[in-house]
Design a protein around this ligand. Sequence first.
Ligand code: TXE
Length: 480
Amino acid sequence: MNIKNYINGEFVNPIKNQWIDNYNPSIGEVYGKIPNSSEEDVEKAYQAAKNAFPSWSKTTLNERSAILSKISFLIKDKLEFLAKAESKDNGKPLTLAKAVDIPRASSNFQFFANAITQFASEAHESVGLNAVNLTLRHPIGVVGCISPWNLPLYLFTWKIAPAIAAGNCVVAKPSEVTPMTAFLLGEICNEAGLPKGVLNIVHGLGSTTGQAIVSHPNIKAISFTGGTSTGARIARIAAPMFKKLSLELGGKNPNIIFADCDYDKMLETTVKSSFANQGQICLCGSRIFVEESIFDRFKVDFIKKVSNLKVGIPVDPETNVGALVSKSHLEKVNSYIAIAEAEGGEILFGGHEVNVEGGENGYYLQPTIIEVKSNKCKLNQEEIFGPVVTIMSFKNEEEALTLANDVPYGLSATLWTNDLNRTMTMTQEIQAGIVWVNTWLMRDLRTPFGGIKSSGVGREGGFEALRFFSEPKNICIEYK
Ligand code: TXE
């Protein structure tokens, strides 16, 4: 099936007629083509967005909210269909796409449908000076949204919903590796009555289509989620044009386990935080640090639990670990397993590709646990972004903190303890944008989402996202 660009409410071929293969990673086969859009396609999308802006930016909040709610409803209504498409395109278990990806895409629209009706401007009265200041928040104009392949519709809509809720028009590009659900979203937007040109979706490679969006002089803000080196490249292009940038990049998140934790809950959750979505979530706890006194017990129990995970084809309801997203990504993850041995790491479980029945040419890898001796090793310093975790023991809080913070990244962290004082001191010292205590991936969409250090700049979620997608203007009025 050939995917098309969605520009001005219509589905169109790329102007230069250049196409890229789209793979089904669970069987390792091409099942369609997607446009490799050029600068001309991006320009066409920009023009459609620009023309739609004057009218869209003046729609009442109630009208905008109603359209976003309708999109949310339609996504929920087509859950089964969208989940199948997502799972086929990405390799993730169908059960996961049904339980997480598609419901969250729907929630993203519903959340911002509600949030925009509660988003208030500020007023500051300059007491004694007979003046009042109003801060108005106007939409920026045409904005760019670029998203990755790991949670395709989930992260695509996480950017688009606040952008259009705030009154902007959008030129968006999903990952070329997982374009399908973004393509299907176009039809849903038409059905929901989103005016033509408010959302335009151009497909293609990062180095061509993505680059054209980032370099476009009149696309004034870019919201990007993806790899850290891509983020740095985008920042280099966007900075001299003074674009607003939100960059959600990689993570190398610590999962810190103290002996006083609720052990069973920790174990159950740690299996998920290590291997959910084949470990391809920027929030996965890929570095596990365990207090010395329970280290041996943890190793035995963790290996046992992980060995029960079923690696299988995504449509099988029993599958826990599906296919990795692409052959090149599988090769990247494999290369780290090879490095582990060279660095003196000990593979406690996994480490091999799996030949899965019904998916013989698919990209399957065992969930892999590697014991490392030092946090300085490559496995602990670089983002692998696959079903590979490392484990190490620590002696005390101080050592745990040092290990947790000694990485270039600072996205999220998980802490397992029942000690209140330790919770309070450690959560304040851990260098991360998000710290979970005795849980993982619990998300309240009102909270700020994002990282520090090489994990990016800016925050998404809640009013932070609406602030990003709007430009504040101060109006100072003096009166007699
Ligand atoms: O991401 P890219 P890739 C990490 C993970 C992974 C690595 C590389 O470690 O192994 O990044 O993955 C678009 N201008 N994460 O190569 O390239 C691209 O088309 C504009 C973490 O797939 O960063 C896609 O739409 N756009 C991450 C998006 O950027 C460009 C999730 C992300 O792709 C571009 C994914 C350019 N020059 C990978 N180059 C997370 N934080 O969740 C690429 N793109």
